[in-house]
Structures are given as structure tokens and as C-alpha cells.
Design a binder for this molecule. Structure first.
Ligand code: PAF
Length: 285
């Protein structure tokens, strides 16, 4: 496995692969790797030739400096997992390479309105500007590729897809299924920060989603059921919504069909998100 740190080496590596007729599968991460990430490496390996993983904890997508400071970092585990899963190239760019002006604000920002303004975007102002800006840079350096993202960050994928469409970037975005722990909790690097009792409370997010998945409820009933279940478990609910799977616009009660339920909540100071596809029944009265 190659390990690179500079943009010049990384750009050159990706270009050489394409010149040799090999396709590039990019998996952007912030490290603290777990089975959710390695499922992306495996998917990239099975669908393409070369798997290029980036690890960069992007300060521009964290509103709160404490959240950035507390973000888990596990470099030895990351390296081992990348090796075990056949990653060809691990890129760990420095902050100076990625955002040379930091901590001054960077002049260039990519903003995705619409899908980026809702849900996480409303609750964490500037978060998706940070995500879109860094992902645009990862794509600019990597060049033509397939890029793999986990569906746990469902809205992130919608934002990235919109950006790729609007800027005609030569990237195919592939969304991969959420990987869950045995108790239903969606795998997330932030789970490392949960105490045992907090982890128990955190399970309420997936339980809320599973409760409405095949419930035949209409949209606002689903929202009510999910919110109540999370609140009863002591989760501070940020949102519990049922939305169009592409535009993320909230479902109306007279609508039925395939939608996406998304939940977010704060447990012991840690913000967690989860989502699932749901079949919504239209309200009849
Ligand atoms: O999902 C993540 O880990 C990050 O948001 C990403 C896509 C690597 C951008 O920093």
C-alpha cells in the first residue's frame, strides 16, 4: 500500500492509474475507521481497479471547535484496516496542503443550496459548505473516478450528488448501505465517544426508524412516533423527519410511497444521525 501526503504525489498517482487503463475508486474519510468504512473499501475493490482512500479531518465542516478537538483519531487502526482491506493508496494530506490559509477563512467555498439547507444544514450552519468544499477539492485532485460514500450520511450524499451534477465533475457517486452493530446502532466514528449508558440511549435512533419502517403510517404520524420514542429514551431530538429520497423535501400527509426517514439527536453531548427507507401510506380522512 502506498502512503502519500502531498497533493502533487496524490494527483500524479491517480493520473498514472488512469494512464495505465485502471479505474480509480475514491473513498473519502476522516479516519477513525470502522466496518462501515471498510465496507466502502470492499465495494470499491469489487467494482474497480485501484482503491484510493483519503483521511483528512476537515476543520471547515465542524462548527464547534470542541467537536473538532474531540473527533476520534486512531491512526494505527486506520492503517491496519486499510492494509487488511486491500487499499492501494492511503492519502493523509496535511492541513497546510488542504487549507493553506487556515485558521484564516478560506476564500473559496462551495455552497449547495436546497438539499444543503435542510435538516443537518439547518441545525449545523456552514457544515455542508465545509463538506462540499473539501469534497470538491478531493475530487479536483483525484480526477475522474467513482467515489464511495456511506448512506448513514444520507444528506451528505444528496449534497455531493447535486454538486457533481451542477459542476459537471467527472465523478460517479456511489452510495453504500449503512452498516449496523448487532444492537442496530449505525456504525459511526462518533460512537467511540459514547459511554455505555449513552450508547444504550443512542440505540433509540435506530429503534425509532425500525418502528416506522413497515408501519403503514402517514408522514406526520411517523414523525410523531419516532420523536416520542427517542424522547422517551432521553435523546435530545434535533429532528425526526420523513422526506423525498432525492430532494429531501418533507413528505405531505396526502402523499404515499417510498420516502426516507431521517433522525438526528444529541446523546450525552454527542450528535448522532441515522436514516432508513420507509413506505408511507397517504392519509385518508
Ligand atoms: O463523511 C465524512 O467522513 C466526511 O464528511 C467527508 C466526506 C470525508 C468529508 O470530509
Amino acid at each position: 500500500m502506498q502512503r502519500l501526503r502531498t497533493i502533487a504525489q496524490w494527483r500524479d498517482y491517480a493520473q498514472r492509474q488512469r494512464d495505465a487503463g485502471r479505474s480509480v475508486g475514491l473513498v473519502p474519510t476522516m479516519g477513525a475507521l470502522h466496518a462501515g468504512h471498510t465496507s466502502l473499501f470492499d465495494e470499491a475493490k469489487s467494482r474497480g481497479d485501484v482503491v484510493l482512500v483519503t483521511i483528512f479531518v476537515n476543520p471547515r465542516q465542524f462548527g464547534d471547535p470542541t467537536d473538532l478537538g474531540n473527533y476520534p483519531r486512531t491512526p494505527e487502526v486506520d492503517h491496519r484496516l486499510a492494509l487488511q482491506h486491500g487499499v492501494d493508496c492511503l492519502v493523509e494530506p496535511t492541513l497546510e496542503e488542504m487549507w493553506p490559509d487556515y485558521p484564516q477563512s478560506t476564500s473559496t467555498t462551495v455552497t449547495v443550496h436546497g438539499v444543503g439547507d435542510l435538516l443537518e444544514g439547518a441545525g449545523r450552519p456552514g457544515h455542508f459548505d465545509g463538506v462540499a468544499s473539501v469534497v470538491a477539492k478531493l475530487f479536483a485532485v483525484s480526477g475522474a473516478c467513482r467515489a464511495y460514500f456511506g448512506e448513514k450520511d444520507y444528506q451528505q450524499i444528496a449534497v455531493v450528488r447535486q454538486m457533481v451534477r451542477d459542476l459537471a465533475l467527472p465523478v460517479e457517486v456511489v452510495g453504500c448501505p449503512i452498516v449496523r452493530d448487532h444492537d442496530g446502532l449505525a456504525l459511526s466514528s462518533r460512537n467511540l465517544l459514547l459511554s455505555e449508558p449513552a450508547r444504550d440511549q443512542a440505540r433509540a435512533l435506530s429503534r425509532a426508524l425500525f418502528r416506522v419502517t413497515d408501519s403503514n403510517l402517514y408522514a406526520s404520524e411517523m414523525r410523531r412516533v419516532m420523536r416520542a420514542l427517542m424522547q422517551d429514551a432521553g435523546v435530545q431530538v434535533a429532528y425526526a423527519d420523513v422526506v423525498d429520497p432525492v430532494t429531501l423535501v418533507p413528505a405531505r400527509d396526502d402523499q404515499g410511497g417510498e420516502f426516507r426517514a431521517l433522525v438526528a439527536g444529541i446523546v450525552d453531548g454527542i450528535r448522532l444521525i441515522d436514516n432508513a427507507p420507509v413506505f408511507v401510506s397517504p392519509r385518508r380522512d
